[in-house]
Design a protein. Sequence first.
Lengths: 977, 232, 302
Amino acid sequence: MASPVVGKKRLSEGLTVTSKVFVRSRNGNASKIVREHYLRNDIPCLSRACQRCGELVAPDANGQLPKFILSPEPLQLKEVGRHYVVVDTNIILQAIDLLENNQIFFDVIVPQTVLDEVRNKSFPIYNRIRTLCQDNEKRFIVFHNEFCEETYVKRLDSESINDRNDRAIRQLCTWYQEHLQSSGINIVLVTNDRLNKESAVKNNITTKNLHEYVELHPNCSELRDLIPTEEFKQREKVEHFFENHYTTSRILGGLKNGTLYQGSVNISSYNFLEGEIKVASLPKPLLLIGSANLNRAFNGDQVVVELLPKSQWKKPSTMIIDDEKLNTNEDPNNEDTQISDRERRLLTQDAIDTQNDSSEVQPTGRVVGIVKRSWRLYVGQIVQNSVSKNTSNSAKSCFVKLMDRTLPRVRIRTRRANELLGQKIVVAIDSWPTTSNHPEGHFVKCLGESESVEAETEALLLEHDVEYRPFSKSVLDCLPPEGHDWVVPKDLEDAEVLRKDPLLPKRKDFRDKLVCSIDPPGCVDIDDALHAQQLPNGNWEVGVHIADVTHFVKPGTPLDAEGASRATSVYLVDKRIDMLPMLLGTDLCSLKPYVERFSFSCIWELDDDANIVNVEFNKSIIKSREAFSYEQAQLRIDDKSQQDDLTKGMRALLRLSKKLKQKRLDAGALNLASPEVKVHMDSETSDPGEVEIKKLFETNSLVEEFMLLANISVARKIYSEYPQTAMLRRHNSPPATNFEKLNDMLRVRKNMAISIESSKALADSLDRCVDPNDEYFNTLLRIMSTRAMTAAEYFSSGSYGYPEFRHYGLAVDIYTHFTSPIRRYCDVVAHRQLAGAIGYEPLDLGHRDKSKMETICKNLNKRHRNAQFAGRASIEYYVGQVMKNNESVETGYVIRVFSNGVVVLVPKFGVESLIKLDDLTSHVESVNFEEDKYQLTFTTQDGKHQRTVAVFDQVKVEVKSILDQSVGKRKAQLVLL
Amino acid sequence: MDGRRWNELRRFQCRINTHPNSADGSSFVEQGNSKVVCIVEGPMEPPSRSQLSATEATLNISLNVTPFSSIDRKRRNKNERRIQEIITSLKRTFEQSIITDKYPRTTISITCHVLTLDGGLISAVTNSITLALIDAGIAMYDYISSVSAGFYDNTPLLDLNQLEENDLSYLTIGIVGKSEKLALLILENKIPLDKLEGVLAIAVAGGHRIRDMMDKEVRRHGELRLSKLANK
Amino acid sequence: MAKGIETSANEKAFIIDALTQGVRTDGRKLDEYRDVKISLGSQYGSVDVTMGETRVLCRISSEIVAPYEDRPFEGLFTVSTEISPMASPMFEQGRQSDDELLITRTVEKAVRRSNALDLESLCIIAGAKCWSIRADVHLLNYDGGFIDASCIAVMTALQHYKKQDITVSGEQVLVHDFSERSPVGLSILHVPICVTFAFFNPHGVEQNIKGDAKEIYVVDPNMQEELLKHGILTVTINKNREVCQVSKAGGLPMDALTLMECSHKAFTIAEKLTNDIKKLIEEDDLQRKGSQWKMLSASNDR
């Protein structure tokens, strides 16, 4: 910037000053900006002690006169007497909290120069000081010194902007001093800038630094604590926040010679500045700590990392760091923020904490390149205080806080920031340049008011990448033209029918079997039905009939492609996002009662102990006699008066299923738990009514057992036929490290242990872990064990060796999904492979190609996971809505302890939430965090008692639902009682 | 805001008869940092017959926004639609204010040059044309004075500079003499209907003030001429 | 401007005389808007608007282009108006007259500058790719009120239009066919409606300037009235009581109070028209989805 050239022209009503500034424009050219600047002599001092200014005032556009606010009898203090205070920029930036304190700082004059500087430095603080100026209690005023003839100062040659502004502030003090001389009110300039202070003293202005000024007050001891300790250092403007990523060739070279590692980043959900990355060649995951080391990586990105020297290896942090806490005062228009100091401080403290004991350090790394971004569309909300309130038409920068807490805020430019406040919006991310602290994106669309059912539902679907758009026309064309009128052909021999479906004769006619289905109440997409009947030899013929989806969904059609990409139906509390169009899912494929349907049947001959004597697979035609809910089925079985064949069959099924289950448990199948709840909807208002934990009947497990049996049988069959490409499902045994912490907690707190050598051992040890005083403890432990497990995954049999096919949780050597083709694509593939295996129709090439199968599996796994998350998020939202209406005191369990908070799970609502230390106690110094004992000791809020909270403790908590303003997300807030 | 109150105009300076030798009427208007020179030639015989009207004078306006007038030196196309539109609007406005049937079979040609631009393009140009026409001694019903007014956060603002124009919704009016008659009204951005009246009101008041200042300059110049004549 | 169409002095006097008595030649009241007939085409974004004898056709099209350098976060939107001699002999081929220019500009200002279309949502990849939406307006027959009709046509078409769905993966943009994915609508922020007023001055210019005589104004002038008018005013307003654009390019000077009166009248008309358009679009949408809609929906109640 070159020095401004200033010209003055005298006018009848005042002075004009034209300032000329040269600014470097975007493309490097110098452009000249000329602004007019009007000086006037009718700016009132706004002091009620002043007699002269009263005549000067002019009404504003609404006819209101400016109010004279400064008290004629201001605060009297020793040394300075009755006085008004003038503050400079740094005082406001540093000590805004002190200024807002209502024991100190009355009658403050904020020079316009200062206000402008504050606005350029930090917009949120600017907003706070503006509010303060509107508040008559504290008597803050803004004096427009830049426009006042007497207080305007011209920038001199060789004077920096800052010096000029300081001089302007001093000029203002002098003016006020003279102006108010008659009333005997002094002006005190409060500044921490030493040079400014010296110059001010030269000009006979009473000047104090913040410390001195506070000391003048009689109650200074209380206030002293509030003075910010850290001296504000004007940092050099940082040009680059992040280091450049390495070049592609360097990355490739590094990967080849093993100095660099590639993997996908996994950001901790409790600390957004800490990420983990699993690297094949290292036993422990690499830690990425701090934004500099994360180097712009997003959660889920494929990145290349470099190891940091061993001296920087650390333990995972025990702190909870929230983006909201950290960056509240950041300004989207301005990169140069001092707040990241705070981030740094947190980290150093963290580093000191962990450095001390080096026993558990983990290697740390630094991201040096990003191979593939996981960027998609994100849902978020505009951060309120990053938006200026004025109604202008030009585009403004503002921050968007994303729903996903592990992601940083995104900066967008939009014209509609004000309209979009409080709305859920979708943003896309464009880039994250090294010069920016935040990724940059753009606005895509608005979903609607935050918290409205529509917006929230859409938001969570988008957030979990669930395809919810209607099916396209080309999909529609793949459906049978008869629509809902489609029926199983009456005459199977009819030539016309046979021409259409030449495979029909290969179907078995099971219409005479007494088949029924048992599902959750209100289920419309009935995948499976069962029958049992005693054979002449005393064995049982048991049939599981699965909807024959593949009859309608032929490989290679758009319908198939659509199903493959959706991969699964998603179940939300009030909605179901179908994988296949309704026509198929709820009608033509669904094994509805009383009508004939095509099915794929699995018929076993079981002996009385439920051992498989023989198994046979057939495409078939069935007619379901009845569709039961679990409860109805249970009642029917229990009802002794029912003696028809159907009920008898069901009883046989139940009996056999119990035997099957026992066998499975003996083999070491796990009985794990998850805090699943169900939300009841009020049918009239469709408001969520109450929350309850899912109820289970014996019939639930009846169905489950036979489905497992079918899945296992099918898995064996297709594996034997297609050893390289069979669609299977496996569940890895959990890595020991996952259980280390849990086991340690158990040992320390409860003196128990669980063994994880095999699933059998785990199952047994879990059974042993019972706390006689707390019956929920076992369930709690099961929930926590579930979390330590790895997720089951789909794979094609060529990807692993046979021993690795094991399904750990079910304790079987081979498994697949076959029984729900309406809502899972895996089952569709399994159906086709089975059909090929029994020679019903040739298998599509796509399902015989190893690499194609792997692509399918990858997508299935991803979608499956997303669908689960979406379902949970939906429950969470509704539980939040329920809790909004009823606050209550519930029993909760501590499941994690951090140095600055504890995580509590409330089984009744299935929610868990963090209770921050700040909410537990105000006596921060009393806190003692014993990491090895997993406990946190602190003095309670009233200061009288010591209280200790440890993992597995049962606590009473007050549950309420609060709206997180910044994210617009309702979450459970727990208050420890 | 640049230190003005909501209802204050920018520095308004004008001179007429700035180019006495080269044209029949000329003027120079300065509204804040917007500077416009206007030259009027005529009434004269039209260059081609086709433009001739038996009953009225024909008006020709050309407007040249110089490339060095604004911050980024963009060469403006003379036929840019926005400029063409302004010209048409101006033409329509002045056709109604000049007593055109006094000058049948003639052409009045008006040329405006915008030297620097800092908001208020249309209003500065309108004012300069009015003055130049007066200088040329062309009979008009009354002054047409023009000013822009915008709207910021519930407050109407008068006479916006470029910075404000970029950010705010504003309208430009041309007002006839001391009346409340609007000869010209152009609004290009959104303004709430209920606020429109307030904005119009300050614009009208501002227009009247500009008229007074123009009137003063015309009279000053008239006296100067008169004294020159008397001295001869 | 009227080439070929001249109104005789008698006729002129008659019309003005009638107007002073509050009667218009086509039987309307002074502040009565003509009936607007809107018909939607079979393709998305083609609209045919008829107002009296005036007929306007609007067609929306879209393509993916690079955004302007200085506005990387916004898409492009252009309105082009085609006025051919087909509509009326008064329009010449090739050369744009002042009137045509004003008309084109006003339509463009009304729709584009008022941000009726959310340009930000057209951004695909900032600085690299964005949608460019183009509205082509053709005047088929002219009987006054071209601005009003075009504006209605453009706004209806925009609301009706649906563009192909896209998927962005990295720098690649995949455009999905209509049959592959159902198309998505544009994000319309508000619906500006233009209302034109014509002013007549029965008493001569001089008296008007002195301010004694009040001018007469009529809503939605037809061609004859437009030819005879002394001044014209176009107010663009939306349902949210926001005036988006006012243009009164010279002509008969008018009172500020009259302007306010006109704006309020315009608002009532705009409100009604907006609702009509909305209803029409909804009906069409429903009809298009028809019976297949239920079958295709992926998200269903549990």
